[in-house]
Design a protein around this ligand. Sequence first.
Ligand SMILES: [Zn+2]
Length: 226
Amino acid sequence: MKKVKRSRPSRRKSTTRRTKSRRIQRKSLRRKTLKSSSKRKSQPSKRRAVRVVRPPQQVFLVIDMLNDFVQSGAPLEVSGARIIIPRLAERMAAARTKQIPIIYICDQHQPDDVEFRVWPPHAVGGTRGSQVIDALTPQLRDQTVTKTTYSGFFKTKLDVVLEKIGAEHLIITGVCTNICVLYTAVDALMRGYTIDVPEDSVAALTPDDHRFGMRQLREVLKPVQS
Ligand SMILES: [Zn+2]
């Protein structure tokens, strides 16, 4: 009898413990459920969070709008270059308002440059012909990069200047559509920049050359409108 009496309370004790432990388990389970449900509830708000998309850093390039390419009777006169001046000036003014950096890319040759085997002498360093036309005179914040051949990137400081700015998208303007504009655009694309070549702000020696250049740009390089 004694043995039984002793054993009963001990069994009760263990039952109570088990019940308690079950209660604790249930509580912790409820807490877990609450936590996970609150997690589930918080997920949609995460999805709703507005992600701010920063527009790509644009840079405006003006190629060879120099006296020796633009002026009437100049050694490499691009008559179409004079037609694009008003629209190009508007675009540059808009770029300055939006604080888009402007870089002038300017031909600058030695008097005996090898390029003169192909083209008549032009843009010789230090001459008036190598200067930007008065209508588009560079302003204080603008930068100038000189080049000796068709691409604005070949053996120039353009890479470094663009890197400092953090450039991602290049708006390429000036002359000639099928030569310096096209070769600079090709090199820009190879370097991972997106490009835009607004047709009203580029010109070539002949309308055919201009059409050829624009077709190459559109079909091969796939410009992105700024
Ligand atoms: Zn040249």
